[in-house]
Design a protein around this ligand. Sequence first.
Ligand SMILES: Cc1cc2nc3c(=O)[nH]c(=O)nc-3n(C[C@H](O)[C@H](O)[C@H](O)COP(=O)(O)OP(=O)(O)OC[C@H]3O[C@@H](n4cnc5c(N)ncnc54)[C@H](O)[C@@H]3O)c2cc1C
Length: 424
Amino acid sequence: MTRTVHIIGAGLAGLAAAVKLAPSGAPVVVHEATAYPGGRCRSYLDRTIGMTIDNGNHLVLSGNHAVLGFVTAIGSAASLVGPPKAEFAFVDLASNERWTLRMNDGLPWWVFDKSRRVPGTRLGEYLRLSRLLWASGDAPVGEVIDCSGPLYERLVHPLLLAALNIEPRQGSAALASAIVRETLAQGGQACRPLIARDGLGPAFIEPALAFLKRFNTQVRLDHELHAIRFADGRIAELDFGADAVTLGADDMVILAVPHHAAAALVPDLPVPQGHRAIANAHFRIAPPPGLPPILGLINATTEWIFAFDGRLSVTISNADRLMDVPRAMLAQSIWQEVSRATGIVAELPAWQIVRERRATFAATPEENAKRPAAQTQWSNLVVAGDWTATGLPATLESAVRSGNRAADCVTAKAAPMASPGGRG
Ligand SMILES: Cc1cc2nc3c(=O)[nH]c(=O)nc-3n(C[C@H](O)[C@H](O)[C@H](O)COP(=O)(O)OP(=O)(O)OC[C@H]3O[C@@H](n4cnc5c(N)ncnc54)[C@H](O)[C@@H]3O)c2cc1C
């Protein structure tokens, strides 16, 4: 009998697993609880500002190889755009200084060139940062590097805050180290900022669905997994409420739901606890000419301004403190900062605030240590998601890697059957 792979959750992890498995010809069925695929990476029509926006601005770096492999596989690589070189523009709202960090390709000699360094920083600060490269184990960033001084305030803090979505001092140094090793330490070619020009849906989701359709992969929306029945060390049945699926002897399940959902479905599964929020503000207004596609703000609540066609969008990480601030008050105060940073003189334009309370797991050393491997104690259950043990913080790169790895686990289990005389 041909084995079926059931993938639970159509976020990036689930879709990446499906995209990897579908061409093998094995039947793959994706079950998604909601009416829309994409999970925390999706676009939608926002009626308040009358535009299609993303649930959150997503930044990818050119060193995110799994993400780039995914968009290449589904044929949408051209939808991720950015400057040809690794450039990051910043403005400090306290001093009104503006600068653009330009990293060279190859060995990072830009740190030796004063004119390329962040204003006010010294070479020694950069060299001391290398301690982060070898960080491992359970130390927080604050115990590994000096979290003060101009380099920290003007570069390390904003980059690690964006990558870890937690106050960097408290964040896992091992996760920060992985980011530095895979991007900054690789040179500019791994640090080009890329954004989905037309939105996350057209870049990641719609092309993935079209790809899966070509391989007759079913994606069942509004099909929430309610419970899993285990027997004899394996999953025996998937309970979707109105219907149930009894698993055949060779069938496999990839559970690619968020960590809190996975914990509710699988007994004794170790998962990180706790979350950190991300807040986004969207303003319906044309970016002024010359505004860089991404602008970092220092000494402001606003952290990054993304320039899209007819819209400016703001990201604020580690935003739990903003969850209960009245929306109109938040929009007004963010707009004042955007106005100062961009030079736009205008009343508050049409706006939207999107707050994702459970944007990522809390990337502390303690929570990082709880992340499970893909293979579980149940013989036909593999887990995926940005919260599994990928060695990276909760990012698209982590989600896609986890999906790829889950697909590899499933394929490896099938390998004995594919030998001569096996399933074929
Ligand atoms: C506001 C915001 C900004 C972000 N910015 C960035 C960024 O700049 N760069 C970056 O790399 N990453 C960013 N991220 C992180 C990135 O979005 C996530 O890491 C990634 O999307 C997680 O994918 P996932 O598949 O692991 O999980 P999810 O996207 O959460 O997918 C899980 C899916 O499972 C479904 N599901 C849940 N329970 C069930 C069930 N019982 N049955 C069936 N389906 C179920 C859910 O509906 C969902 O579709 C951001 C996240 C947010 C929220």
